[in-house]
Write a protein that binds this ligand. Sequence first.
Ligand code: CTP
Length: 410
Amino acid sequence: MALDHGNGSRSLDGRRIVLGVSGGISAYKAIEVCRRLVDAGAHVVPIMTESAERFVGKVTFSALASEPVHTSMWDDWGGPIPHTKLGQQADLILVCPATARVIGSFRAGISDDLLTNSLIATRAPVVICPAMHTEMWENPAIVDNIATLRARGIHIVEPESGRLAGGDIGAGRLATPEVIVAAVRSALDENPLDMSGVKVVVTAGGTREALDPVRFIGNRSTGKQGYAFAQVAAESGADVQLISTVGLPTPSGVGLSTVTTADEMHQATLKAATAADIVIMTAAVADFRPVAPSDTKIKKGDGVPRIELERTIDILADLGSRKPPGQQLVGFAAETNDLIANAERKLNAKGADFIIANDVSAPDTGFGHDTNAVTILARGGVRDSLALASKHDIARAVLTTVMAARDDVN
Ligand code: CTP
């Protein structure tokens, strides 16, 4: 089975992509990105900033792209409004690499060169690929700029960790050409996800087990990843049933069942899963519950209580043991250590078709964040890593993979 989340070689025929190259050592990698976009059929319009020209030659981009490189607002363009033309005509603008200056200017709406003018003058999707030293990448001003751009719908291709210019090691290295081209395809919606007629059940949030009428044993899950799955599946045409413990806004067209405890989630999920084509267990289900929750508030004057716990049922394992033919069962593994080994164990033990390994201790991933980074583990040992992206993009990528596996089976 192939894992395909939209990185395939489908054509970008006729798509007009402005490739903005700003001044960083990784500008040389933009040459490979340019070549791949042209090979995929895109019409690539290169813009280089003044400092980019210090790192790579104009001739290289002019030779590889679809037209000569643009560098200035003051060139003779044969028309009166050169600074807006490239942005207005683009189907997408890709900035690769994006320096701190370009990111800051774009966030602030400052148009100090042809690239920032084009960014401000476009209504097309924009993909930004930051690359800089770790200290810069982690500076609160940059963190804030990136968060703001992301909230405005700008696609951010997170830099990788690794060796940087000058021998330092850390986060800030430009993403690989494969990841960047995949982000371009996804931003252009080259591989729209079609889930029409597919019945999907999603569980979301953390269950709560009562200790007494006012206290419970719970966990940090906020349900954001589960709601992202429900929304993306519904927008893609699926018939979606969401079983949730939290009160986030219900995505349009999604059926909602609200539950609290692991037991209630078990009952609701079992019922909904009978007719489901895909079941996605993003919920963080309590593993233990108090044997005898108190009917009245436990009073501290009565001393430190001894609370006996018992195991709850493992919903995913139960679904795995009674899975109808053709159903795709997707579980999550929320881990703080030994991510892949623990996730692999869960894949086998629970009879799931996929386990999405989620390091909930890493920055910007897991509980409460709007972003996530996961590794998809499929039966048969196939693995695929998804770099930091919005929870919606993660949901789209996972659903694309699950749908491809479904097509393989059916
Ligand atoms: N899960 C479940 N029922 C439970 C516990 C977990 O259905 N009682 C599901 C979760 O929804 C998730 C997967 O199993 O899809 C893994 O959950 P996780 O909390 O990561 O692991 P546990 O099974 O609790 O194992 P461990 O305590 O070893 O981490």
